[in-house]
Design a protein around this ligand. Structure first.
Ligand code: CUA
Length: 352
């Protein structure tokens, strides 16, 4: 073999291995439907594998038959109509019967069996488990509202428990999740826990949220909803029940009152600027509902729907120039002076 031939083969092997590595890398992690952490998600995973192996068998069969046809390309295969003088009533050869049988089997019987089988299977075994739960079988209700491009989260039975993008639930507890949208259609999807549901404006939708064990499960908006659809993520945190109750008490308590001079000035800056028109900080005049409730901003690990971590540096960059972090986001830059900006940051950092 020539050197260039060997080099070309090596290049192909490298490309194939890289592609395989990329594909496999996409199969794991905290947002994978193939790592289910609840019974509904396990049913979906099973259906996925059933469909995968059926598709695999069909693919291998089709390629095999194509290969066979190519291998036998110089032989007479199909019965030649001319052989029988174009007489449709003429005697059928053995070969003709075989051909008709193959067409009926591969063109009608097998596809119909597969389609009807998977339809019945998913309607009986998957839908019964993943369907919206009977509210009387759940022990907690949570409301999620989709917004361009973030999630508002409320606990309707706990006054003032409002947050964004980070959804806390007790593990091993059936949660009745009620979803709606404030603008366009979004889709709430946490692949490790259950199927996706669309969130519509003015038409509530529901899904069961359940996690077998404590942990963090990433979710993603699954319906194209504008510029930053891809940066509309969320994370579900499942806790032991006692820890969840602590969380609920913490998120619903009154705001931390500004303490230092910088925090006091920062709150004044917050209230005097556009911040207060879009965000709420409970206990102040800030009552905006366009952006997330910031009363306990520092209880969240991320900003801008999981786009960046909630650290002082990232928070500063986000407030200074939101369009750079998330182009199209509805948050404007404020153009504050240096001292005002620093005070505002100190205030936002104090919202624990
Ligand atoms: Cu919201 Cu895509």
């Amino acid at each position: 073999m020539s050197t260039s031939g060997a080099a070309a083969r090596a290049a192909w092997v490298t490309v194939a291995l890289c592609a395989l590595a990329l594909v496999l890398a996409g199969c794991g992690g905290e947002q994978s439907a193939l790592e289910p952490r609840s019974e509904p998600a396990r049913r979906i995973e099973t259906l996925w594998w059933v469909m995968f192996w059926i598709a695999f068998a069909v693919f291998v069969g089709t390629v095999g038959l194509l290969g066979l046809a190519w291998w036998r390309r110089h032989r007479d295969g199909l019965p030649l109509a001319g052989k029988y003088g174009f007489d449709p009533e003429g005697p059928e050869s053995k070969e003709e019967k075989l051909t008709t049988g193959l067409v009926v089997a591969f063109g009608i019987v097998i596809p119909a069996t597969i389609l009807i089988g998977t339809f019945v299977y998913s309607n009986v075994f998957v839908i019964e488990e993943t369907d919206a739960p009977d509210p009387s079988t759940t022990s907690l209700a949570i409301e999620v509202r989709g917004n361009q491009w973030w999630w508002e989260i409320r606990y309707p039975n706990t006054p003032n428990a409002i947050t964004a993008n980070e959804l806390h639930i007790p593990a091993r507890t059936r949660v009745n999740l009620l979803g709606e949208s404030d603008d366009v259609i979004h889709s709430f999807w946490v692949p490790q826990l259950n199927r996706k549901i669309d969130l519509f404006p003015g038409k509530p939708n529901r899904v069961l949220l359940y996690a077998d064990q404590p942990g963090a499960y990433r979710g993603q908006c699954a319906e194209f909803c504008g510029d930053q659809h891809a940066r509309m993520a969320l994370r579900v945190y499942a806790h032991e029940p006692a820890e969840f109750q602590r969380y609920l008490r913490a998120i619903s308590r009154p705001r931390p009152v500004p303490d230092t001079p910088a925090e006091i000035l920062g709150e004044r800056v917050f209230l005097a600027n556009q911040c207060a028109g879009c965000h709420t900080v409970r206990g102040t005049r800030a009552r905006g509902e366009i952006g997330p409730d910031l009363t306990h901003l520092q209880m969240r690990e991320t900003l801008a729907a999981l786009t960046i971590p909630n650290t002082k540096g990232h928070l500063a960059g986000w407030v200074l120039d939101p369009q750079r972090v998330k182009p199209g986001a509805k948050m404007p830059a404020l153009g504050l002076s240096g001292p005002e900006f620093q005070a505002l940051l100190a205030y936002l950092e104090s919202l624990r």
